[in-house]
Design a protein around this ligand. Structure first.
Ligand SMILES: CCCC/C=C/CC(=O)SCCNC(=O)CCNC(=O)[C@H](O)C(C)(C)COP(=O)(O)OP(=O)(O)OC[C@H]1O[C@@H](n2cnc3c(N)ncnc32)[C@H](O)[C@@H]1OP(=O)(O)O
Length: 364
């Protein structure tokens, strides 16, 4: 069953309430508080009770648990309640794919693996044979996964890649699927898609962390300027060969990169296509920290799990405070970059570069 994409019905919710009564084992106070909070959120919405006094320990703990859910929508709370109950009583739900002790994995994605565990939603690019190139389906699936993650009960969201690459950027075969309106229509559709896609990163309400497991190219690099932290393996490289491809910067990088790394360093990357090692990208401020590849996954996930234990409301509010004053500017930059790219995609320079790649005449 697709836990993230599907919404639990009122009937599922009522079944889950009954299942709680049938639990053979006491799930413990922490889980009971979580169930209480999700139940209240699902039935009444955000916490609307006055805060109990410090000595009213039980009611204070219940209030804290409910209040911690912030503005989580009722439907999401209902789904989380159903998921939590089914993880406590797997034998009671025959159709559940949720095994105790394993990640909650969302099916319904062709190009991603999306899991949610320990307060972290992980969105993993999953086209390893194509170096995780982002095809049109993947753009749509990433947007869908981000929208679901923004509403689930995770504290942080992580993007990473399966296989040896983080991502090789835009799938160049995207350009071969020409609609009846011809290349102009294709360029226009692509600009609309890109604008919406980058907009999802600008507006994402929780800390967004990139776990860059290997080389990153094109849009998978530029987007990093919109992330809240970027952890990289020392195998990772960062390459934006836009001029070589007859294209121009996107992902708001024309604004974020000069701010992050100085205008001249941004020029070297975005105009001259200089490829940075992970160490260089860290020295420029694009990467937060670099880890040896042999210990990368272990060290990063230990750290992320600790971050995900922080108070959810404080984390979310802090992200909003940081993003708020830049949001409008970022949307303006995004719109401008998409406009410029729409023209670039129709240029001979771009067409030749794509044809050369597709006919195996050139690689980066
Ligand atoms: C609609 C929104 C548009 C937003 C625009 C964004 C701009 C960008 O992102 S620009 C960056 C575009 N990316 C590239 O130019 C990378 C092109 N790929 C390469 O140069 C090389 O594949 C590589 C250096 C990434 C890896 O080389 P390597 O020799 O190790 O492996 P390959 O044999 O080349 O790759 C395996 C397999 O994967 C296919 N592939 C890899 N990357 C892409 C890609 N970006 N687009 C399409 N296909 C890609 C490659 O063709 C191979 O496929 P086959 O096994 O079928 O031959």
């Amino acid at each position: 069953m697709n836990r993230t994409a599907m919404r639990a019905s009122q009937k599922d919710f009522e079944n889950s309430m009954n299942q709680v009564k049938l639990l053979k084992k006491d799930p413990g106070n922490e889980v009971k508080l979580k169930l209480y909070a999700l139940y209240k959120q699902a039935t009444e919405g955000p916490c609307n009770m006055p805060k109990p006094g410090v000595f009213d320990l039980i009611n204070k703990a219940k209030w804290d648990a409910w209040n911690a859910l912030g503005s989580l929508p009722k439907e999401a709370a209902r789904q989380n309640y159903v998921d939590l109950v089914s993880s406590l009583s797997p034998s009671l739900e025959s159709s559940s794919q949720v095994e105790p002790g394993t990640d909650r994995k969302s099916t319904g994605f062709e190009t991603l693996v999306v899991t949610s565990e320990d307060g972290i939603t992980k969105i993993m690019f999953n086209r390893p044979k194509k170096k995780n190139a982002i095809n049109t389906e993947m753009y749509h699936e990433i947007m869908r996964a981000l929208k679901a993650a923004s509403k689930d009960d995770s504290i942080i969201t992580v993007l990473t890649g399966n296989g040896d690459y983080y991502s090789s950027g835009n799938d160049l075969t995207n350009f071969t699927d020409i609609p009846p309106g011809g290349v102009e229509e294709k360029a226009e559709n692509s600009a609309v898609l890109l604008r919406e896609f980058v907009g999802c990163f600008i507006d994402f309400p929780k800390p967004l962390i990139a776990v860059v497991n290997g080389p990153a190219v094109g849009i998978s690099v530029t987007l990093l300027g919109l992330f809240d932290a970027v952890y990289a393996s020392d195998r990772a490289t960062f390459h934006t060969p836009f001029s070589h491809l007859g294209q121009s910067p996107e992902g708001c990088s024309s604004y974020t990169f000069p701010k992050i790394m100085s205008p001249a360093k941004a020029t070297e990357m975005l105009i001259f296509g200089k490829k940075l090692t992970a160490g260089e990208a860290c020295a420029q401020g694009l990467v937060t920290e670099v880890f040896p590849d042999s210990t990368f996954q272990k060290e990063v996930w230990t750290r992320l799990k600790a971050f995900a234990k922080l108070p959810p409301n404080a984390v979310r509010i802090s992200k909003e405070v940081i993003r708020k004053r830049e949001r409008e500017k970022l949307h303006t930059v995004n719109a401008e970059e998409c406009n410029v790219l729409q023209g670039r995609w129709l240029s001979d320079e771009c067409t030749n570069a794509v044809v050369n790649f597709l006919s195996r005449k050139s690689k980066l």
